[in-house]
Design a protein around this ligand. Structure first.
Ligand code: IPM
Ligand code: MG
Length: 359
């Protein structure tokens, strides 16, 4: 029996197109193997080019159109000549917020063959899942500017924390921690300095923890967290933090695991009312756009997360295994990993490895 999934591919800007093309090729090879999974892919030209042509990164009803799909495979957004806040709010957040993809999941691991910058830290020593609150907090979009250009100009950027929003991400994080062997959760806040929203986080964490007696959890302030991630990575497993804190910590995590070119992410609506969105973390990287050297592993790993979320755990695992076999070979490392392989080389190698599994 064949199951068909409708996938919306949004390559976006910069290297987004290169890595999404590579990802779709790999998915095609993977799904063609046993004929059980079919992906019906629609491609959308949304992004900064479209903004230059039409004044909008995506059509006004863009998010609504995406509801017809089972998942969204997203590349990157951001261009040198478009202000970053315009491109972010015009595309990525314009999808995540209306579709209420409130849980952003960022696994970080040192893959085989990858040289991580921390001395003595081996694969297995750093194996984390960062759960980022993805709908409110510092990215709620509340604030404003007045008296523009005057010496008294005022700008506010209001972080919003709702009990419902904090509780749902906390439950998601405890469940994620429970699903992993160590059943260990670290809740990150800044409740010493920020005494309202962050104290609410602390309180809700404690309340929710009562429903997860099998999960060990602790709290850490975000500044101290950077030290702990660097000096004691083994002490961490699942991590939950606010939208901005987790944004920053996930870049640190990606760097500590060897390269931001590898890191994947999932923007999930755990209620499954809306499709979820899967994307590499790296962004549009205009410095290397068009050179054919972008690392496609972040997109491949994101594709694996997408399959897993769609219920195709076996295919997701096969793809992850192929990724690991390819990263284990330094000849197949792209320049971000210190090698000289191209996007093409890595893509071909993953496809060849996948084919090898069948014989
Ligand atoms: C990320 C990115 C985005 C964010 C950028 C592109 C606005 O850094 O996904 O981590 O801050 O959310
Ligand atoms: Mg970021």
């Amino acid at each position: 029996m064949t199951t068909t999934y409708k996938i919306a591919a949004i390559p976006g800007d910069g290297i987004g197109a290169e890595v999404i093309d590579a990802g779709l090729e790999v998915l095609d090879a993977l799904c063609g193997q046993n004929g059980e999974i079919r992906l019906a892919v629609d491609r959308f030209d949304w992004g900064s080019d479209r903004y230059r042509r039409t004044g909008r990164l995506m059509p006004e009803d863009g998010a609504e159109r995406l509801r017809a799909f089972d998942a969204i495979f997203f590349g990157a957004v951001g261009a040198p000549d478009v202000p970053d806040h315009v491109s972010l709010w015009g595309l990525r957040l314009a999808i995540c917020q209306p579709l209420d993809q409130y849980a952003n999941v960022r696994p970080t691991r040192i893959l085989p063959g990858i040289k991580a910058p921390l001395d003595g830290v081996k694969p297995g020593d750093l194996d984390w899942v960062i759960v980022r609150e993805n709908s409110e907090g510092e990215y709620a979009g509340q604030g404003g500017r007045s008296h523009r250009g005057l010496p008294g100009e005022v700008a506010t950027e209001v972080a919003i924390f709702t009990r419902a929003g904090v509780e749902r991400i906390m439950r998601f994080a405890f469940k994620t921690a429970r699903s992993r062997p160590r059943k260990l959760l670290t809740v990150v806040t800044k409740s010493n300095a920020q005494r309202f929203g962050m104290v609410l986080w602390d309180e809700v964490a404690r309340e929710v923890s009562a429903d997860f007696p099998d999960v060990t959890w602790d709290k850490v302030l975000v500044d101290a967290m950077t030290v702990r991630m660097t000096l004691n990575p083994r002490s961490l497993d699942t991590i939950v933090a606010t939208n901005l804190h987790a944004d920053i910590l996930s870049d640190l995590a990606a760097a500590l695991a060897g390269s931001i070119g590898i890191a994947p992410t999932a923007n999930l609506d755990p209620t499954r009312r809306a499709p979820s969105m899967f994307e590499p973390i790296h962004g549009s990287a205009f410095d290397i756009t068009g050179k054919g050297i972008a690392n496609p592993i972040g997109a491949f790993w994101s594709a694996s997360m997408m399959l897993d979320y769609l219920g195709e755990a076996a295919a997701a695992q096969r793809l992850l295994k192929a990724i690991e076999q390819v990263t284990a070979n330094p000849d197949l490392h792209t320049p971000d990993l210190g090698g000289s392989a191209t996007t093409r080389n890595v893509t071909d190698a993953v496809i060849k490895t996948l084919r090898g599994f069948n014989t």
